[in-house]
Structures are given as structure tokens and as C-alpha cells.
Design a protein around this ligand. Structure first.
Ligand SMILES: NC(=O)c1ccc[n+]([C@@H]2O[C@H](COP(=O)([O-])OP(=O)(O)OC[C@H]3O[C@@H](n4cnc5c(N)ncnc54)[C@H](O)[C@@H]3O)[C@@H](O)[C@H]2O)c1
Length: 255
């Protein structure tokens, strides 16, 4: 069997209907996992599952709704023990403390933090017997000051630290928990952001955003998918409580 193969593993990926999540689904399905794709948009989820090479089962699920998450995860575990949970669903927000409203704070917290909590809380009881791997999507915003990312950074900092707590508490159950912290990755979110905020100047701004990574470009969603595949695999058995920056040098090489 080739390295990083996920054959026989039951995997959950939240927010798998677009961008980074879709690439995670593609990588894991190709590595022979049975992938359960949870997304707010069932249409997007179906489109991704239709393009995947391998087994992908779709579920409509709002990660911020604890009852919804619990029901979906329980139904999945009734069929097979859960081996891997990838908490990727997340939403962005632009603003500093003055322009961020109470509603913005709550919306970001509900999806980006409560969504991760809901999913881990529902899955961990079913993972305790056989162990497994939990991979949470943080961001460089968790540990670096970025302009106008007040609410978003708050949520990603929480994802980073709650992951350390889970890693520590479940060492004895052989459940590993790690975070991934990408810099800018070229997803539909970036194109939408440019179209909305810089109409007519999309190409110029795309170049400028690309250059904020010292390596000179944005990340590709597949590069995150491949890292997730590795962290989910048995080859990564010695890794827990770690954060993986995947950032083209953004954090350490930008001075
Ligand atoms: N794109 C980047 O540059 C970048 C950088 C660092 C971190 N991230 C993180 O990576 C993750 C994915 O980002 P992306 O750019 O691929 O985003 P995206 O907007 O392309 O995709 C997000 C997916 O999550 C789903 N989703 C949103 N809210 C949901 C909810 N409440 N319940 C279930 N599903 C929900 C959406 O329907 C969508 O399919 C996010 O957590 C994001 O914060 C992205």
C-alpha cells in the first residue's frame, strides 16, 4: 500500500463544498478514505462529490447548529467508527474593532469557533475507542497581527488554543489534534473579495495579494488538501498538539 493511504478510514470534512474543503475531500477520497462531506450548501456538496475520485457521502449541515451537527455525526458513527475529523468550515470578515459589530462578532464566533466545538464534542465519544486524528483549520491570523481582521483573528486564535486543549485531554485515547494555519490561498473567496472590493482592478490586486507571500504567490487549495491527507494518515502518528503554517514564508520571512 502506498504511503499516506487512508483506506478503511471514515473521515468527516466540514465545509467541503468549496475551496480548501473541496480539495481536502478530493485528496482524501483519492487516498481511499470514505469521506463524509458536511456543508451548509447541499448543492455545492453534491457538485464536489460528483467531481471526486472515490467515495464521498454528502450531508447538509450547519456547523453552528449543535443539534444538527450531533444528529449528522451520530448517524455517520452508527455505520462506522469515525477515524478523522477535519474542521474546515469557516467564514471571513473584514474590519477593525470599531467597524466590527456585535452581530459580526457573534456570527463569526458561532461558525468558526462553536462550529469546531460542536463537531469535536459530537465526534470524540465515537473516536475514543479506536483513536484518530482531528485537524482544525486555523490561519496565520491566529498568531500574527493582520490589518482589519479583528473578529476573524479572534476566532482563529480560539481554534488554535482549543486544539491544544483537545490534544492534551485525549492523548490517553490516542486521538491526535493539530491545526493548519495557511496564509492566503487562492479560493473562490479571494476572487469574490476582489470582484466586490476592487472592480476593474482585480488583476492588479491579485498580483499585490500574491506578493504578500514572500514566495510570490498564493497557496493552492490542493497544497492544503495534501497536508491534511498526511496529518490524517498513520504516517503522522507522532504528531499531536502542533500547528502547521503553510504560508509561502509569510510568518517567518516577511521582514
Ligand atoms: N482561503 C484562504 O486564504 C484561507 C486562509 C487561511 C485559512 N482559511 C480557512 O480555511 C477554511 C476554508 O476556507 P475557504 O477559503 O476554502 O472558504 P470557502 O468560502 O471557499 O468555503 C467554505 C465552505 O464552508 C461552508 N460553510 C460556511 N458556513 C458553514 C456552516 N455554518 N456550516 C457548514 N458549512 C459552512 C461554505 O458553504 C463553503 O462550502 C476556513 O476555515 C478559512 O477560515 C482560508
Amino acid at each position: 500500500m502506498s504511503k499516506f493511504n487512508l483506506s478503511g478510514k471514515t473521515v468527516i470534512v466540514t465545509g467541503g463544498g468549496s475551496g480548501i474543503g473541496a480539495s481536502i475531500v478530493f485528496a482524501m477520497a483519492k487516498a481511499e478514505a470514505t469521506v463524509h462531506l458536511l456543508d451548509l450548501s447541499i448543492e455545492a456538496a453534491k457538485e464536489v462529490s460528483g467531481q471526486a475520485e472515490g467515495k464521498v457521502i454528502v450531508h447538509q449541515c450547519d456547523v453552528s447548529n449543535s443539534v444538527n451537527v450531533e444528529n449528522v455525526i451520530k448517524a455517520i458513527s452508527d455505520d462506522n467508527p469515525i477515524d478523522v475529523v477535519v474542521n474546515n468550515a469557516g467564514i471571513a470578515h473584514i474590519g477593525n474593532v470599531e467597524t466590527t459589530t456585535v452581530e459580526d462578532m457573534q456570527r463569526l464566533f458561532n461558525v468558526n469557533v462553536m462550529g469546531v466545538y460542536n463537531s469535536i464534542k459530537a465526534a470524540v465519544p465515537f473516536m475514543k475507542q479506536n483513536g484518530g486524528s482531528i485537524i482544525n483549520m486555523a490561519s496565520i491570523a491566529a498568531t500574527v497581527g493582520l490589518n482589519d481582521r479583528f473578529a476573524y483573528s479572534m476566532t482563529k486564535g480560539a481554534v488554535y488554543s482549543l486544539s491544544l486543549s483537545v490534544a492534551k485531554d485525549y492523548l490517553q485515547y490516542n486521538i491526535r489534534c493539530n491545526t493548519i494555519s495557511p496564509a492566503r490561498v487562492h479560493t473562490p473567496f479571494v476572487d469574490g473579495f476582489l470582484a466586490k472590493n476592487y472592480p476593474g482592478k482585480e488583476e492588479e490586486m491579485f498580483e499585490a495579494l500574491s506578493k504578500t507571500q514572500p514566495i510570490g504567490r498564493m497557496g493552492k487549495p490542493q497544497e492544503i488538501g495534501d497536508l491534511v491527507q498526511y496529518l490524517a494518515s498513520d504516517e503522522a502518528a507522532f504528531i499531536t498538539g502542533s500547528d502547521f503554517t503553510i504560508d509561502g514564508g509569510f510568518v517567518k520571512l516577511n521582514s
